[in-house]
Design a protein around this ligand. Structure first.
Ligand SMILES: Cc1ncc(COP(=O)(O)O)c(C=O)c1O
Length: 376
């Protein structure tokens, strides 16, 4: 079987280092927010180019606490795309924000600056205080344009980098463009823990201090809660120690993902499928997913499944169509036309650093056979 994502296979490359790191924590007697967490926060912040990094319990908390720390308050409008995973909107709602959906660019499938400008000028944009660009599938959003627009209109920017550790625009990695940014270390992510984990990064020391308090009962000093009392959203020492090991492999693993994506691009050219955007000029993606688009995606998924290849539709239903979030759907049909189109046709082919080039050729050959079979 060729899996879409394979946390165990990816771990194999550094399994001995990881075992040693876990053993070190077991022997240390410190299991929550200790020296491993502090070291990982320093190392991940340095790797990103972000002065402050605060780990939290998962990526959803990271988005929520980042929004709260930059100053989003109950009732503030928060812009996000409708073709992201539900975690993004769950975090917006948990922070007290009112979701405002914006359509995406047909090529990148990320927030479209021109559509955002239009939205912000419309009545739907009136209460907007913040935007959440989601670097979906590991492809960076148009950050120079989005940040310029946000600056012009005085909006807060919280990047959702859960799928994009290491993606960059020019010399700046995603996560360093906004007022704050959120990462997830869920086991299938490019930078993966062996359980849940997340982080908020920021260049603003006040935002960092607020996240630090929010993640542990509102404590700025021990046993004295401030603000609204915060909550418990901490990373444990074992996850931090594992993440430190895996961070050392991340650049090589992201390069491997890009190489596999280039291989797919060569093999699938001429199939008629819409292929994901590649690295172009200043834009460097990290291919958390390799997403092709075809109206026959369910037929292709089943065709691949019958050949032992796992492909997944991520994400099949736009947020504004889901029962939990439909109340925030825009009144005008068609405002989210591109989000709807993407959700109807996307299919993630296997891509992860433990795949061989032969695996990718096998997948691509199966796709080519499907195209040739006329079952599209
Ligand atoms: C874009 C995006 N945002 C947020 C999250 C939430 O991360 P977590 O699952 O660690 O809470 C995820 C993870 O699935 C994600 O892909």
């Amino acid at each position: 079987m060729i899996a879409n994502a394979d946390p165990k296979a990816n771990l194999a490359a550094c399994a001995e280092e990881v075992r040693a790191a876990i053993a070190r924590v077991l022997d240390s007697g410190r299991y929550i927010l200790g020296p491993e967490v502090a070291a990982f926060e320093r190392e991940f912040g340095e790797w990103l180019g972000a002065p402050s990094c605060l780990t939290v319990a998962n990526g959803t908390d990271a988005v929520e606490l980042a929004l709260r720390a930059v100053g989003v308050r109950a009732g503030d409008g928060v812009v996000l795309p409708a073709n992201t995973v539900s975690a993004t909107i769950a975090a917006v709602v948990a922070a007290g924000g009112v979701p405002v959906f914006c359509d995406v660019d047909p090529v990148t499938m990320n927030l479209a600056p021109a559509k955002l400008r239009e939205l912000l000028r419309s009545p739907r944009g009136a209460a907007v205080r913040a935007i959440v660009p989601v670097h979906l599938y590991g492809h960076p959003c148009a950050m120079p344009e989005l940040v310029a627009l946000a600056t012009e209109l005085g909006l807060l920017v919280v990047e959702d980098c859960a799928q994009a550790h290491g993606a960059s625009v020019g010399s700046r990695k995603v996560g360093t463009w906004g007022h704050a940014a959120a990462f997830s270390f869920y086991p299938t992510k490019n930078l993966a823990a062996l359980g849940d984990g997340g982080a908020v990064v920021t260049h603003d020391p006040e935002v960092a201090a607020r996240v630090q308090a929010l993640r542990q009962y509102g404590w700025q000093e021990r046993y004295v809660s401030t603000g609204d009392g915060g909550r418990n959203s901490r990373l444990d020492e074992i996850q931090a120690a594992v993440l430190r090991v895996r961070l050392r492999h991340l650049d090589a693993e992201n390069s491997r993902r890009r190489a596999l994506a280039a291989l797919y691009a060569g093999e699938l050219a001429g199939t008629g499928l819409v292929l994901p955007p590649e690295a172009a000029g200043a834009v460097v993606p990290v291919f958390h997913q390799y997403v092709v688009r075809t109206p026959g995606r369910e037929r292709l998924r089943l065709w691949l499944e019958a050949r032992g290849i796992v492909a997944q539709a991520l994400y099949p239903m736009p947020l504004h169509r889901q029962p939990a979030f439909a109340r925030w759907a825009p009144a005008e049909a068609g405002e989210l036309a591109e989000c709807e189109r993407c959700c109807a046709v996307v299919l993630s082919l296997p891509v992860h650093p433990a795949l061989t080039s032969e695996d990718v050729r096998t997948v691509a050959a199966a796709v080519q056979e499907w195209v040739a079979s006329g079952r599209r």
